[in-house]
Design a protein around this ligand. Structure first.
Ligand SMILES: [Zn+2]
Length: 402
C-alpha cells in the first residue's frame, strides 16, 4: 500500500483526494492539521479535536525540546501517549523557530513587531552561531545555551515518536539576498542528507520523513530544491520558507514547486504546505495539489476573539470584540452545525465574554473555527471525489458556507 493512496483527481487542477496511511491510522486528504504546539491544542482536549473531524495534529519539536524535553516525553511512552492523542502526529523540525530567532531583527522589521518577539509570538531567545553542524542559541525559557543540528532534530522527533518527521532546514526570511538564499538552500539540502542518514540508522519503525523545499521567491532555486528533495528518497515533501510578500506571489512560488514535484519521481508522494491556513489559501493550495496544511490561524484567531465566517470581503473573519456586537441578539453564524453554536449563544454574549477575557470565549471560538475549517476540507474532498471541485471552490470563494 502506498503512503498516499490517491483515490480521485480533479480534471481541472492538480487537486487530489485520498488517504494518507500512517503508523497511527489514516488521514483523509486534503486535510488541515491543527496545531498542538506544546503538546496541547489550546483550550481543547484531543478527543474534542478528533470529534470535530480531524485525523492528525502537529507537535512542535523546538518547544518540546526546550520543555518538558524529548527525554521526558520519550520516557513516558512518546508524544501520543503523553498527550493522549491516538491518531497520527506530524512534528515540524524546529528549523523555523530556531531561525526566526536568528533572523528576528529582520522579521520584526518586516512585520512591524516589537523587537524581541519571535515569529510565533514567543519571546525570542538569541542565536549565537549558525554553522554547518547546526545552530547554537539561548533558550527563551531560561537563557541556557542549547544546540540543534539535523541529527538533534531527528533525535528529538524520534523520541517524540511522531508519525511524520520533518527534516531540519534553514527557514530563510523574505528580504535576504538571492545569493544568501541560494547558499542557505544548499545547506538545507546537505542537512537533508544528514537527517535521512540519521533516520536510516536510528529512526523509529513506522515514522516517515518529509524533506522541505526551500529557495525563497526565486523560481530557479525553488525548482532546483524541489528536484533535490524529490531525488533524495524522502517519503514526502513539505514546502517551507518565505513564500513571498503577498498571496499572488505565494501561489506562484507553491506552483513552481508543485509543478516540479508533479513531473518528477516524487509525483505520488504526499505534499505538505507549511504554515498556511487562511480560507482562500486553503482553496488555492488544494487546487495546486497540496495534500496537507498546518497553521495557527483558526486556533489563534479564536483566542483573539475572532470567528471564521463565510465573508470573503472581511477575509472570512468576524471580530467579536467590536462594539457593534454589544447588543447583537443574533447567532455567531446562522445555521452553523458546530458544537459551540449548538447552544445558540448570541453575538452579544460572545462579545461580552471576549471583552471580559473569559477562557470560555477562547474555547467556543476555537471549536467554531476548527469546525469551520474541518467542514471546508471535507467539502473539498467530497467535491474532488464527485468531479465538482471548480464549482465548489468558486462558491466557497464567493462566500458560500462549507
Ligand atoms: Zn459554529
Amino acid at each position: 500500500m502506498p503512503l498516499l493512496d490517491v483515490r480521485s483527481r480533479d480534471p481541472g487542477s492538480r487537486a487530489r483526494a485520498g488517504v494518507l496511511h500512517l503508523a497511527h491510522g489514516p488521514v483523509r486528504t486534503p486535510a488541515f492539521v491543527p496545531l498542538a504546539t506544546k503538546a496541547a491544542i489550546k483550550t481543547l482536549e484531543p478527543h474534542e479535536v478528533a470529534a470535530l473531524g480531524y485525523d492528525m495534529v502537529l507537535g512542535n519539536t523546538f518547544h518540546l525540546f526546550l520543555a518538558p524535553g524529548h527525554d521526558l516525553i520519550g520516557g513516558l511512552g512518546g508524544l501520543h501517549r503523553f498527550m493522549r492523542w491516538d491518531g497520527p502526529i506530524i512534528t515540524d523540525s524546529g528549523g523555523f523557530q530556531v531561525f526566526s530567532m536568528g533572523h528576528g531583527a529582520v522579521a520584526d522589521e518586516i512585520k512591524g513587531r516589537a523587537p524581541g518577539v519571535g515569529a510565533d509570538g514567543h519571546r525570542a531567545g538569541r542565536v549565537s552561531a549558525i554553522e554547518e553542524r547546526g545552530v547554537t542559541f539561548r533558550s527563551y525559557l531560561d537563557g541556557a545555551e542549547r544546540f540543534m543540528g539535523p541529527e538533534t532534530s531527528m533525535e528529538v522527533q524520534a523520541a517524540l515518536g511522531s508519525d511524520i518527521a520533518l527534516v531540519f532546514d534553514e527557514c530563510t526570511p523574505f528580504n535576504v539576498s538571492r545569493d544568501y538564499t541560494a547558499r542557505s538552500t544548499e545547506r538545507t539540502h546537505r542537512w537533508l542528507e544528514r537527517c535521512l542518514a540519521w533516520h536510516g540508522e536510528h529512526g523509529p519503525p513506522g515514522q516517515v520523513v518529509y524533506g522541505i523545499v526551500q529557495g525563497g521567491v526565486h523560481e530557479d532555486l525553488r525548482r532546483e530544491s524541489s528536484q533535490v528533495i524529490a531525488a533524495s528518497g524522502c517519503d514526502g515533501v513539505a514546502i517551507g520558507g518565505s513564500l513571498g510578500e503577498h498571496k499572488a506571489q505565494m501561489y506562484e512560488v507553491v506552483d513552481w514547486a508543485a509543478d516540479e514535484l508533479e513531473r518528477g519521481a516524487a509525483a505520488g508522494r504526499p505534499r505538505h504546505l507549511l504554515g498556511i491556513g487562511d480560507i482562500d489559501d486553503l482553496l488555492r493550495g488544494v487546487e495546486l495539489g497540496m495534500d496537507t496544511f498546518d497553521c495557527a490561524m483558526p486556533t489563534r484567531l479564536g483566542r483573539h476573539g475572532m470567528a471564521i465566517v463565510p465573508d470573503p470581503e472581511r477575509r472570512w473573519r468576524l471580530d467579536l470584540g467590536k462594539a457593534r456586537h454589544k447588543l447583537a441578539d443574533e447567532p455567531l453564524m446562522e445555521g452553523c452545525p458546530c458544537p459551540a453554536c449548538a447552544a445558540g449563544y448570541s453575538r452579544a454574549y460572545l462579545h461580552y465574554l471576549v471583552r471580559a477575557r473569559e477562557v470560555t470565549a477562547m474555547r467556543l471560538l476555537t471549536i467554531h473555527n476548527l469546525a469551520y475549517v474541518a467542514r471546508l476540507m471535507a467539502s473539498l474532498r467530497a467535491a474532488i471525489g464527485d468531479g465538482t471541485l471548480a464549482a465548489r471552490v468558486a462558491a466557497l470563494r464567493g462566500g458560500a458556507a462549507p
